[in-house]
Design a protein around this ligand. Structure first.
Ligand code: ADP
Ligand code: MG
Length: 252
């Protein structure tokens, strides 16, 4: 059973149609990468998965549970607040700009959501936060503030924060795009380690090597539609559509 399934999703911002009937499945333990030009709808699609965006038509299904909607067209919203929270807390999102709280230490950043949203026991959350910070290689930065860390370390802290929610899946939106090339690799290494543990992940990325290395399935979005998709070896080795061929020759 897919952890996340999107069926024929349509999303517009006012008059601007951004997703024009997109379907997507993220299987348990699988890694899906979303690639495509800037503006093709990748972030929007990712944000629709955890209901950070409304959509006008189509289904979002989390572990077999269909999102219930109320209203129609641009007025359509999720109808069940508890369902939205359940889905969102099970899908940890990692953003391009890390989004750490600057006034909190790294440890406090990682502990915040498990404590306040999940209301878990403080001692247990602290042990788990330290474990994940260790895992991403910054166990010695617990008491530092985000501004005292490099971009690569901040992004690894953001990944530890996502992991500490014990989510069903992780959603990454260009996790390496804000980093200098030499810092990208330390984040890539962490993502590869997570893929080897068979964490379910959807990764929006400009890094074709990352997509090729970690994905089971790659989806190429073009102007709000899936232009081509398949296993990475096929997509990168033998792109069929002219648009994907052009995209790959422009990016590699
Ligand atoms: P990508 O992540 O592939 O670069 P996005 O999903 O961010 O693409 O954006 C797709 C399109 O939707 C773009 O044309 C963008 O300008 C537009 N868009 C994104 N977010 C908003 C928003 N909040 N309001 C209006 N338009 C938006
Ligand atoms: Mg984007």
């Amino acid at each position: 059973m897919p952890v996340i399934e999107i069926r024929d999703l349509h999303k517009a911002y006012g008059q601007l149609e951004v997703l024009k009937g997109v379907s997507l499945k993220a299987m348990r333990g699988g890694v899906v990468s979303l690639i495509g030009s800037s503006g093709s709808g990748k972030s929007t699609l990712l944000r629709c998965c955890n209901l950070l965006e409304d959509s006008q038509q189509g289904e979002v299904i989390f572990k077999g549970e269909e999102v219930k909607w109320r209203g129609e067209g641009l007025g359509r919203h999720p109808a069940d607040r508890a369902q939205v929270i359940r889905i969102r807390t099970n899908l940890s999102m990692v953003f391009q700009q890390f989004n750490l709280w600057s006034h909190m230490t790294i440890l406090q950043n990682v502990m915040e959501a498990p404590l306040t949203v999940l209301k878990r026991d403080r001692a247990e959350v602290e042990a788990s936060a330290r474990k994940y910070l260790e895992k991403v290689g910054i166990g010695d930065k617990c008491d530092a503030y985000p501004a005292q860390l490099s971009g690569g370390q901040q992004q690894r802290a953001a990944i530890a924060r996502g992991l500490c929610m014990e989510p069903t899946a992780l959603l990454f939106d260009e996790p390496t795009s804000a980093l200098d090339p030499e810092l990208q690799q330390e984040v890539v290494k962490v993502i590869k380690a997570l893929a080897e543990e068979h964490r379910t992940m959807i990764i929006v990325t400009h890094d074709m090597r990352l997509a090729a290395d970690v994905s089971d399935h790659v989806v190429f979005l073009h102007q709000g539609r899936i232009e081509e998709e398949g296993p990475p070896a096929e997509l990168f080795g033998n792109p069929k559509t002219e648009r994907l061929q052009q995209f790959l020759s422009a990016t590699v």
